[in-house]
Write a protein of this length. Structure first.
Length: 443
């Protein structure tokens, strides 16, 4: 025993005399760039990472090359299945022959997995017949399978006529094209301007300083571009000019950091919706207020991602579906801060993920989604029942039942449905309704 004590004492003596390893210390004058600074959080909290959406998704904001090789298409569908992405909206459809090829290519094998939007033809914009020609082309594109219209950020910011004068978003030359959208009840997605920080002084107070350093061409100085407020003002005048058109203001209208202002604009313009593509970083830093905002405008917001990178969708699911705290965003130049989960309710998630898109995109097979969405969209108590499918401000809830006009024919159809569901005779009922309104699973 004594030997063991002596041995232990000797070991402790040796350990005490051993040199303690010291980590190198930076000098007083040491400088570290913002790119190099990457602290690892020591916070230990519950984590609920997501790899698949809780409900099926319609991604309203995506860009694909329609005429892709077969293997690439199969890989795309496989990736979509993994994350529960039921339908992708390809906003880069083009116009004319290119639009027809893109529609044919994307819907040849998987017609229920894609919707393709047309893009307006700006060629020969100075010609006297431009307005009629552009509107006619757009009408043909709708007849050839386009399910909406998309404007890219060059519209209003870079587009100019032959003399070099910038063509404004509310230029009357485009009025006829928007009238065509109203005629066919086609949604219009407009990407206007850029993040407001790109138009502000590029200094230490700019939240996007790092992104501008990495991509200097994204800076929008006042001597080359109109101001951010100028561009957004043109957009709002365009939206107000066409009350029968459903507009989708892309990227939360670059007001993700001022949701109160965005809400005021949506109150003022009931035909304006929005989507969350590429602006998750703003929602994830204000979880409590953002959740309240989603609750209030739950019928006016669409799910969108923009850039196709399947691994990045997981961050969207985690922010939207969980109440996790203080976790990383996937792109440092967008957010040097941490994310927090909004923990949205199931009903809000369903509307964000697919119900709102089903309401405004024509030609989608709603039977591919949960039965409640199919019933709601195509029969009975949904906005089609009241003739309000083109009103994005319509709230899809039973409490609005007494706030809209009744359609007698639809009411009779609903009563027939309930009667025949009770007593059978599906064939008779299907003939009465034209053979395609509802599926056999409801009987």
């Amino acid at each position: 025993m004594r030997r063991l004590l002596l041995l232990g004492s000797a070991v402790l003596t040796v350990l005490a005399q051993a040199p303690v390893k010291e980590w190198p210390r930076p000098s007083k004058d040491a400088v570290m760039t913002i790119e190099d600074y990457d602290p690892k959080s020591s916070l230990v909290v519950p984590e609920h990472p997501k790899t698949r959406a809780k409900f099926p998704i319609i991604d309203f904001h995506n860009h694909q090359r329609g005429e892709m090789p077969a293997a690439q298409m199969e890989k795309l569908i496989s990736d979509m299945d993994k994350i529960n992405l039921q339908l992708m909206v390809n906003l880069s459809g083009g116009y004319g022959d290119r639009l027809k090829r893109n529609v044919a290519a994307m819907k040849a094998k998987y017609k229920d997995r894609f919707a393709v939007f047309a893009n307006l033809n700006f060629e020969e914009i100075d010609s006297p017949d431009y307005a009629e020609r552009a509107a006619k082309q757009l009408e043909e594109d709708f007849k050839n399978g386009a399910q909406g219209l998309k404007f890219f950020k060059n519209f209003g910011m870079d587009l100019s006529d032959k003399s070099g004068v910038r063509v404004k978003i509310d230029d009357p030359r485009f009025d006829k094209a928007f009238e065509v959208c109203a005629k066919y009840k086609m949604p219009v997605m407009i990407h206007t301007a850029e993040p407001k920080s790109f138009f502000m002084p590029w200094d230490k107070n700019n939240e996007r300083w790092l992104e501008l350093k990495q991509f200097p061409s994204r800076y929008r100085p006042g001597d080359k571009y109109p101001g951010w407020e100028v561009l957004m003002g043109e957009l709002y005048r365009r939206i107000e000019r066409h009350p029968k058109v459903t507009f989708v203001n892309a990227h939360l209208g670059w007001l993700g950091a001022d949701l109160g202002k965005l809400g005021e604009l949506m109150d003022k313009m009931p035909n304006m919706m929005t989507e969350i593509g590429a602006v998750l970083y703003d929602l994830g830093r204000q979880p409590r207020f953002a959740k309240k905002w989603f609750d209030k405008y739950q019928d006016r917001v669409l799910f969108g991602k923009d850039t196709w990178e399947v691994s990045e969708y997981n961050y969207y699911f985690r922010v939207l579906e969980t109440d996790d705290e203080y976790f990383d965003y996937y792109r440092k130049r967008h957010a040097f801060w941490k994310m927090y989960g909004l923990d949205l309710s199931d009903e809000v998630l369903k509307k964000l993920y697919y119900k709102n898109a089903l309401r405004i995109i024509p030609g989608i097979d709603a039977s591919k989604f949960p039965k409640e969405a199919y019933f709601w969209t195509h029969f009975g108590c949904g906005p089609w029942f009241f003739g309000l499918h083109d009103r994005p401000d319509f709230r899809c809830g039973w409490r609005e039942f007494g706030l809209v006009r009744w359609r007698v024919g639809r009411l009779i159809g609903c009563l027939l449905f309930l009667f025949l569901r009770r007593f059978g005779n599906f064939v008779c009922f299907q003939r009465l309704l034209g053979g395609s309104l509802i599926g056999r699973e409801f009987l």
